[in-house]
Ligand binder design. Structure first.
Ligand SMILES: [Zn+2]
Ligand SMILES: [Zn+2]
Length: 358
């Protein structure tokens, strides 16, 4: 099969690799569409994320949809139903599926507590976190457990299916918030994840959804997708005006990863409010933590997702979360390097995807 692998920073090379085969309980999927995630861009730019450094060429891509071409045997049809929240139901050769790229061990203490994203033995396709690296979606085929596959309704496009993973990141953040319904929500940061979170917050019944971002096009985009306010965080008057109009914010999703925003959230969130940290921050940040005490704030982290894929697929399938406008550009497989170059500019594009040929 054809793959496009990262072989050093900004160096994507086309290589051929043996077609993978599905083992017991696994399926082989012909990849149709794969999205470029912020973490893929980090690998692309720096050939590393934190302590994860690829040991040799790395096939990126963990946001993907495709068609099942082989089902490994033996597959016990009832096995997936014993794992709460997992997929695999009705998946046969020919099924159109979107996948969960994470493979928790299902036996460690965290897995047994239902917190699969915190698994100490987690495998994940398309990253250097797993050794040996498991190839991701910038390849003709991927092999994943059948329980990681979620059927796509016929009228949901491959591109929408490939958004199931980032939608799940946003849904998990909403779950971590405790409740969203009726709360006044600020999404701090209007990048890709911030835009997905804003859509999900609306779907979860937020009373107000505001998105703050220094970039005007991101604010305007959020409002065009149903957000109530776009706020320029560099203009204190802008934030003050919206807070006065809404009565402030009870819940803040921090999706900017920007130190000034992280600090400002503690000051602007209402007393008794909740801050969900989703953005990853480069370096340490000094924070006025006395505010956590005096305002009785709750700060919770949100990392990837656990058991939210069925919910995410329901939201996608009903288009209660309509991701179609977020797909900014779709490139052909051979043009993957151009797709990464555009994504790395972090300009007006929200989500860039690559479609395999044929
Ligand atoms: Zn990702
Ligand atoms: Zn585990």
């Amino acid at each position: 099969m054809r793959t496009i692998a990262l072989d050093g920073a900004k160096n994507l090379v086309e290589r051929s690799a043996p077609d993978p085969t599905a083992g017991p309980g696994e399926v082989c999927i012909r990849v149709n569409t794969v999205g470029i995630c912020g973490s893929d861009i980090e690998y692309y730019l720096h050939n590393r994320i934190g302590s994860f450094i690829p040991r040799g060429p790395l096939v990126l891509g963990h946001e993907l949809s495709g068609q099942v071409v082989a089902v490994g045997s033996p597959v016990d049809p009832s096995s997936s139903s014993t794992v709460p929240g997992s997929g695999g139901h009705g998946v046969v050769v020919g099924s159109r599926v979107a996948i969960d790229p994470s493979m928790p061990c299902r036996v460690c203490a965290y897995c047994r507590a239902g917190r699969h994203n915190l698994c100490t033995n987690l495998k994940f396709i398309g990253t250097a976190a797993t050794v040996p690296h498991l190839a991701g979606g910038f390849a003709g085929y991927v092999v994943v457990p059948r329980a990681n596959c979620f059927l796509m309704p016929d009228d949901i496009s491959w591109g929408e299916g490939a958004c199931l993973e980032p939608v799940s990141v946003a849904v998990h953040a909403a779950v971590r918030a405790g409740s969203v319904a009726g709360r006044r929500v600020l999404v701090s940061g209007g990048g890709t994840i911030g835009q997905f979170v804003a859509l999900v917050a609306r779907a979860f019944g937020a009373a107000v959804v505001a998105v703050s971002d220094p970039q005007q096009h991101r604010r305007e985009f959020a409002v065009s997708q149903g957000g109530d306010f776009g706020i320029d965080p560099t203009q204190p008057d802008d934030m003050a005006r919206v807070r006065e109009q809404t009565g402030g914010f009870d819940l803040v999703f921090e999706a900017s990863g920007a130190a000034p925003a992280v600090r400002a959230n503690l000051e602007l969130v209402n007393r008794g409010g909740t801050i969900v940290q989703i953005g990853s921050i480069a370096g340490d940040v000094e924070l006025p933590l006395n505010l956590v005490m005096s305002k009785e704030l709750s700060i919770v982290g949100s990392f990837r997702y656990a058991d939210v894929y069925p919910t995410s697929m329901n939201l996608l399938a009903s288009r209660r979360v309509d991701v179609r406008p977020l797909i900014s550009a779709t490139y052909r497989f051979a043009d993957t390097p151009a797709a990464f170059a555009l994504a790395a500019e972090r300009g007006n594009a929200i989500k860039i995807q690559v479609e395999h040929d044929g």
